[in-house]
Design a protein around this ligand. Structure first.
Ligand code: NAP
Length: 462
């Protein structure tokens, strides 16, 4: 009796904490609190479940706990921030596999006495769970370059995929009506596993973060279905939250790239990639740290545009030093945040927050774009696609229509990157060839460090 009471109370608190966690996670200032709330909610959910009398084997749970910790802890500690999309894909794969396996065991344990409703939710759980498992593994492979990241497309592919999915769903519907036909269950599971692979094959690596977020949504829905099958309210709530937030995030990412869902899922984006060597050879104007520091010294307003390269170089702390020096000199410094800069939503916010850059200096794209024409310098640090003016006017460009940061409108543009390599979309950037652009070649952390040194030196001289 006390155990049941404890479970109910801990589930209600956990559900409230999950909702608050999502709310807090949506702003950099409260994100840490959001993570804590989610962690406490999950701990309460686990504790509330473990005291239930239905638990038959604590030994097996302990084995799972040790195994999960042994895999999860090293992943959390050693996988760099830039690998978060593939890490997320792997966790979805494990979560979805768990949902699929629980559904499978529930089916075989209760084959003869399953109600139509339970069989329906079990089928949904198994289909979504297994297709998310293989789909997420494929997404992981593409992001990690273990399988070719280019889209693999062939004629009639969508028809083949949709027919296969229809057969899986049709078989599941038949099973719902005749749960005793257990020989059909492996067909549903097997087709779902195959569909997950086929779903991801035609999608290019450049769209994987969006797809991972969509798979997150499927995994959530699968967990919610599992909640109905196991009669567990918290699973229903958590699964629904996961399912809807993953879906909303995918929509946000699609909007930020000005792409539709169908374009991401069936578009074969990234198929026609311009290879760096084939790009028209045009000359660029490069400059040294000393020259760049001279211009920065004279600037009264600077907009810093961080991108994926800043994350790879882990340059955020050096960027903070640069920010400090410039603001101490009276220069107005802002950070322009593009919604899909980097490799995951909020990537830049996380990095800049880690370096304690004040949140009020971080300005969203719509707000900062009108300010570029008044900026003396736009300092682009390891960003590429999100600054490419082709997105505004070149209808043939794969990123045409993607909202960008209008850095080309600033008086002077400085771009820190190691060479002329393209960004995630694999295309050249016309920004680099304009008269007002100075290319500052080098690793972001090293080059920003040199700028700091130059500016500190001149500060002493002043
Ligand atoms: P980007 O277009 O991928 O460009 C990053 C640039 O950083 C590269 O051109 C690279 O050039 C440079 N770089 C790499 N390592 C560096 C280092 N150590 N030091 C200095 N520079 C370095 O990045 P972005 O402008 O941030 O754009 C993000 C892209 O990801 C967009 O295409 C977006 O659509 C895509 N995407 C993002 C999300 C998301 O949620 N954030 C989701 C889906 C897709 P060098 O090699 O020449 O140095």
């Amino acid at each position: 009796m006390i155990a049941t009471y404890f479970t109910q109370v801990s589930y209600i608190i956990a559900a409230a904490l999950f909702i608050l966690s999502l709310k807090w996670l949506s702003h950099p200032g409260t994100a840490r609190r959001g993570v804590r709330a989610g962690e406490i909610g999950m701990a309460l959910a686990i504790a509330g479940t473990l005291v239930q009398s239905g638990i038959v084997s604590y030994q097996w749970i302990l084995v799972g706990f040790v195994l999960g910790t042994a895999i999860g802890l090293p992943m959390a500690v050693w996988m760099p921030m830039t690998h978060v999309p593939q890490r997320t894909a792997l966790s979805h794969a494990f979560g979805a596999l768990a949902a699929g396996l629980v559904g499978t065991s529930e089916y075989y344990l209760h084959t003869t006495d399953l109600s139509t409703f339970t069989m329906a939710v079990l089928s949904l759980e198994v289909i979504l769970g297994f297709l998310t498992f293989t789909g997420s593994l494929m997404a992981f492979g593409k992001l990690q370059d273990l399988v070719p990241s280019r889209p693999l497309v062939y004629k009639g592919q969508n028809a083949v995929n949709l027919s296969l999915f229809a057969v899986a769903v049709g078989t599941a519907v038949y099973l719902v009506m005749h749960p005793g036909r257990s020989e059909l269950f492996p067909v549903v599971a097997g087709l779902s596993l195959l569909f997950g692979v086929l779903l991801i094959i035609p999608i290019g690596g450049a769209d994987m973060p969006t797809v991972v977020s969509l798979l997150n949504s499927y995994a959530g829905l699968s967990a919610a279905a599992m909640g109905f099958a196991l009669d567990n309210n918290l699973l229903i709530v958590a699964g629904a939250l996961d399912g809807s937030s993953g879906f909303i995030l995918s929509v946000i990412m699609c909007r930020a790239m000005n792409r539709s869902f169908s374009n991401v899922l069936f578009g074969g984006f990234g198929q026609v990639r311009v290879v760096a060597g084939e790009m028209e050879k045009r000359s660029v104007r490069s400059a040294t740290a000393e020259e760049a520091a001279g211009i920065l010294e004279a600037a009264s307003s600077v907009v810093i545009v961080p991108g994926y390269g800043m994350a790879v170089a882990q340059a955020q702390h050096k960027v903070r030093e640069l920010y400090d020096i410039l603001t101490r000199r009276g220069t107005e410094v802002k950070f322009a945040i593009h919604p899909v800069a980097g490799r995951m939503p909020g990537h830049m916010n996380v990095l800049l927050a880690e370096a304690d850059i004040p949140y009020d200096r971080l300005v969203e794209m719509e707000e900062v774009n009108p300010e570029f024409p008044q900026a003396d310098v736009a300092l682009v640090i390891g960003a590429n696609d999100v600054t490419n003016p082709a997105a505004r006017h070149d209808k043939t460009s794969p990123i045409f229509g993607m909202p960008i940061l209008d850095v080309d409108k600033a008086r002077t543009v400085m771009v820190i990157k190691r060479g002329m390599s393209p960004g995630f979309a694999g295309i050249d950037n016309e920004l680099y060839y304009t008269d007002k652009t100075m290319m500052l070649f080098g690793d972001a952390k090293v080059f920003v460090g040199e700028l700091v040194k130059e500016l500190t030196g001149s500060h002493v001289r002043v």
